[in-house]
Design a protein. Structure first.
Length: 365
């Protein structure tokens, strides 16, 4: 049977649980790199979080590039805080510029200067001044919603499965958030409200994939303590293999359109306004698929097998298999001994005749 067929049927035998220390180490290294990036690189916060002014310039079919707009703002004495972003194409083409916080008169003077340099109509440029307070309030509300979400989900998983699975799911979720934010810090993309929306979106996907695996683990380990057929880690590893194809399909279906947004929309077509959301979704979805297979379930196994009842189960399973192996090894020897005459030994010489015994005469017919 080919590997793809086994994968489709859920009959693979990949040792996810047995090699869990390897995955723990890899995840720890990735998280460490992300944390160091938080400390030394930080984040590139957008105007919504730092405050400032946003100018939206409708250039239409005119041959005005982002570099021309950048130069116009620089010559006016207010260089853009980030590189201007091009939105749309053709007659709907617009260029968005973010600057530092400006007063009302400074905004008006800058408006007139850029309008004259680019030879645009007065209605072609619109501006919005945003206070840093808006970003602070948005961040606080997002954190409050995140905490409430995590508490509710933890209670649900604890009631539906067990508290150990809630811990495993929350640690895997924390891993996904750190990795997604770390990649964002390393790449240097601008943190916008879309980034916050993307972070909240990947929470649901990561937990969905994890709960699917948990459901199969619970099914395989039902009444497992009453017997001695398999250990808890073996039941969990079987569950991960059985749901592997489903996790791959779900991740691919979710990643393909997001990859289109990131690599085609932002990378090739240059639509800068979607790259912040596309990147956080792409990294978060990939990390969520990884953590549900390589982190959440192994963590549950480590926590569960500390319980004395599951330790006793492991000893029973090992003892039973040792006994079966011994019987299997002794069976061929017992079968060979039964095929010989009673008291005879394979390879022993034939018995000698008794001394003084009279030879038997052949009877005449």
């Amino acid at each position: 049977m080919s590997m793809l067929t086994k994968l489709y049927r859920g009959e693979t035998r990949i040792d996810f649980i047995g090699s869990r220390r390897r995955w723990y180490f890899a995840s720890a290294v990735i998280v460490l790199v992300c944390v160091l990036s938080f400390i030394f690189r930080g984040f590139n916060y957008g105007v919504e979080f730092e405050g400032g002014a946003t100018f939206q310039i409708d250039v239409g079919n005119k041959s005005i590039s982002a570099n021309d707009v950048d130069q116009a703002f620089t010559d006016a004495g207010v260089p853009p805080a980030q590189a201007p972003q091009v939105v749309g194409s053709g007659s709907d083409k617009q260029i968005i510029v973010n600057t530092e916080t400006l007063g009302a008169q400074e905004v008006q003077d800058l408006h007139e200067s850029v309008q004259q340099q680019l030879n645009l109509d007065d209605q072609a440029i619109s501006q919005t001044v945003i206070s840093s307070r808006w970003g602070h309030d948005t961040t606080v509300n997002a954190l409050r919603g995140l905490i409430i979400f995590l508490v509710v989900v933890s209670i649900y998983i604890s009631l539906r499965f067990q508290w150990r699975m809630a811990i495993g799911g929350m640690l895997a979720l924390l891993h996904d958030l750190l990795v997604a934010a770390g990649i964002y810090s390393l790449v240097g993309f601008e943190v916008t409200p879309s980034t916050i929306v993307g972070l909240l979106t990947i929470l649901g996907f990561s937990l969905y994939d994890t709960v699917v695996v948990y459901d199969k683990v619970a099914e395989n380990s039902k009444d497992i303590l009453a017997g001695s057929r398999m250990t808890y880690s073996e039941a969990a590893n079987l569950a991960v293999n059985q749901t592997l194809m489903r996790s791959i399909n779900t991740s691919l279906i979710a990643l393909l359109p997001v990859a289109g947004l990131l690599f085609v929309g932002a990378g090739i077509l240059g639509v800068g306004t979607i790259k912040d959301l596309a990147l956080i979704l792409f990294v978060g979805l990939a990390s969520g698929a990884y953590s549900s297979l390589f982190l959440a379930t192994p963590i549950v196994v480590d926590l569960t097998e500390r319980d004395p009842a599951y330790k006793a189960l492991t000893k029973r399973v090992v003892a039973k298999r040792s006994s079966e192996a011994r019987r299997a090894a002794e069976a061929p020897l017992a079968g060979a001994g039964a095929s010989l005459a009673p008291g005879a030994h394979r390879g022993a010489p034939a018995p000698a005749p008794r001394v003084g015994a009279r030879p038997q005469r052949r009877k005449r017919k």
